[in-house]
Design a protein around this ligand. Structure first.
Ligand code: NAD
Length: 272
């Protein structure tokens, strides 16, 4: 797994292999990426796409086993880390060209019943941790004159939804943080952007669909049609790989003038 070297930078335990690794060909060859929450869902898809385009990827997740599986598949490395342990992150320096802030959780409750501990936990993981990882990664990006920060926000970073007080406010905060990083990083060749998916087909959303189907006594297709996709123009869920390909493009050299932006991928939901 990843460890801190003598000068405090995070490096792989072994140098990326030159012959069979994904890091020797493709538009992202030679780039080092860190993807938080990379063991599952959108994060795993981002890790796969970045690796497919040639990057060497560190899969950071508290799910050590899941991170190991993805890392092995893409010939990257796993970093087993509970990102809620923020004290450790304050001391960290990261050697990365591409930072994907993706790890996230959801709690759905009306405000008056919302557990303050859940609120703080969500804000820590989804707003403070991206700040701490930017803080850890920016010095080496500035030194190289290149960096790509990609923040996995949500349509709920731009528009609200009832019962998601912590999630909506943390994602709105992430939008602001991303823009500040864009302004500070611009002169140093560092871009910072958000991607804003609608419902993506991840384990999290598939469970929600199954729950709703049981609750309403309807089929899972009917849940999609009648509940989740009523406002969407493209009548299907977003696939994780689609988010991954947008993230990989934002990480590319061609996207150097794209910064401080937020890229909605919601099948037209927010156009309505
Ligand atoms: P997921 O549950 O499939 O994956 C989240 C990953 O984050 C998991 O591997 C989990 O172990 C990891 N994680 C959670 N807490 C952690 C911690 N404390 N330390 C380290 N790792 C931790 O979720 P997903 O649906 O892929 O969501 C990923 C991101 O995409 C989140 O930020 C989410 O808000 C955002 N998003 C999801 C959707 C959707 O419909 N699924 C839509 C818009 C935005």
């Amino acid at each position: 797994s990843a460890h801190r070297n003598d000068d405090g930078g995070l490096r792989p335990t072994e140098e990326p292999p030159s012959s069979d690794s994904g890091s020797n060909a493709g538009p992202l060859a030679g780039r080092r990426a860190i993807v938080t929450g990379g063991a599952s869902g959108i994060g795993a898809a981002c890790a796969r796409e970045l690796a497919a385009q040639g990057a060497y990827v560190v899969v950071a997740d508290r799910d050590a086993e899941g991170a190991g599986v993805v890392a092995k598949e893409i010939k990257g490395e796993a970093w087993a880390v509970d990102l809620l342990d923020t004290a450790a992150l304050e001391e960290l320096s990261l050697d990365a060209d591409i930072l994907v802030n993706n790890a996230g959780i959801q709690v759905v409750q009306p405000i008056e019943q919302f557990d303050p501990a859940d609120f703080r936990r969500i804000h820590t993981l989804m707003l403070e941790v991206p700040f701490l990882l930017m803080r850890a990664a920016l010095p080496s990006m500035y030194a190289k004159g290149f960096g790509r920060i990609i923040n996995v926000s949500s349509v709920h970073g731009l528009r609200a939804s009832p019962f998601k007080a912590a999630y909506v406010s943390a994602k709105h905060g992430l939008e602001g943080l991303s823009k500040v990083a864009a302004l500070e990083g611009g002169p140093h060749g560092v871009t910072s952007n958000c991607v804003n998916p609608g419902y993506v087909r991840t384990p999290l959303v598939e469970n929600q669909i199954a729950d709703q189907a049981r609750l309403h006594g309807i089929s899972e297709d009917e849940v999609l049609e009648r509940i989740m996709l009523t406002e969407s123009a493209v009548k299907r869920l977003v696939e994780p790989a689609e988010v991954g390909s947008l993230v990989a493009w934002l990480a590319s050299d061609q996207a150097g003038m794209v910064t401080g932006a937020s890229y909605t991928m919601d099948g037209g939901w927010s156009a309505r």
